[in-house]
Design a protein around this ligand. Structure first.
Ligand SMILES: O=C[C@H](O)COP(=O)(O)O
Length: 263
């Protein structure tokens, strides 16, 4: 089946770059990627919270076609939650996307599927799109349980949502063993799980919704493997970590995700 979904390339900067460095990187990406590519691929940067206002001001001021988002969010809208950042605050900063349930949050902050589900709801309530991350560790992969493990994270993360809300969500399959390790899953591995996630969405929410939801792959994606990944039926782009910190490389990956040619 040919894909009607527009690919999304989202650069998760993780805890890198201050707001001045963020401005420089966004300018570099915008300069390296001519406007014509944005008809074919959606490109987003996901900087740390402290960079968001600067990135928003630059994108709005220079009318850039890049989108931006945040790496995490509180499940609460406001209140006595020291250090947290709420969905209404992120919406006011012009965020289109919020990453939820990244494996680094699950691992280092003990985030559970239940908490992640509450965060997904908070993002949707304020009309942004969650990028819900799922993915197995090497032990699960070796046991051959990766499909059921990831499908379960997906169903728990979306629990209680209405069909119309699911339509807005983006799913990112990120096998933990492939993140920042240089060990990229093969395009077949990515397709296997991304296809299974879409099948689970079809079963739960119907084919029409499942065909609209974008399912990304993440884990050591770079310009040498992006084209093969997005060439698969159920892989609709990538959540990129390390390689998104290099403006030229990220622009090149965006062009390849758009189907080329290189800028
Ligand atoms: O969110 C991004 C992923 O964790 C992938 O990171 P990576 O591209 O550095 O492996």
């Amino acid at each position: 089946m040919s894909k009607s979904r527009q690919p999304l390339l989202a650069g998760n900067w993780k805890m890198n770059l201050n707001h001045l460095e963020a401005i420089a990187l966004v300018q570099k990406i915008a300069f390296a990627l001519p406007e014509k590519y944005f008809d074919k691929v959606e490109v987003a940067v996901i900087p740390p919270f402290t960079d968001l206002r600067s990135v928003q001001t630059l994108i709005d001021g220079d009318k850039l076609l890049l989108r931006h988002g945040a790496q995490d969010v509180s499940q609460h809208d406001s209140g006595a939650y020291t250090g947290d950042v709420s969905a209404p605050m992120l919406a006011k900063l012009g965020c289109d996307y919020v990453v939820v349930g990244h494996s680094e949050r699950r691992e280092h902050h003990g985030e559970t599927d239940e908490l992640i589900n509450r965060k997904v709801r908070a993002v949707l309530k304020h009309e942004m799109s969650p990028i819900l991350c799922v993915g197995e560790g090497s032990d699960v992969r070796e046991a051959g349980d990766h499909v059921s493990y990831c499908t379960n994270q997906l169903i728990e993360g979306l629990k209680g949502l209405k069909q119309e809300q699911v339509r807005r969500a983006v799913i990112a399959y990120e096998p933990v063993w492939a993140i920042g390790t240089g060990k990229v899953a093969t395009a077949e591995d990515a397709q296997e799980v991304c296809g299974a996630l879409r099948a689970a969405l079809t079963e739960k929410y119907g084919a029409e919704i499942a065909e609209e939801v974008r399912v990304l792959y993440g884990g050591s994606v770079k310009s040498s493997n992006i084209a093969d990944l997005v060439g698969r039926d159920d892989v609709d782009g990538a959540l990129v970590g390390g390689a998104s910190l290099n403006g030229d490389e990220f622009a090149k990956m965006s062009a390849l995700a758009a189907g080329g040619p290189l800028p």
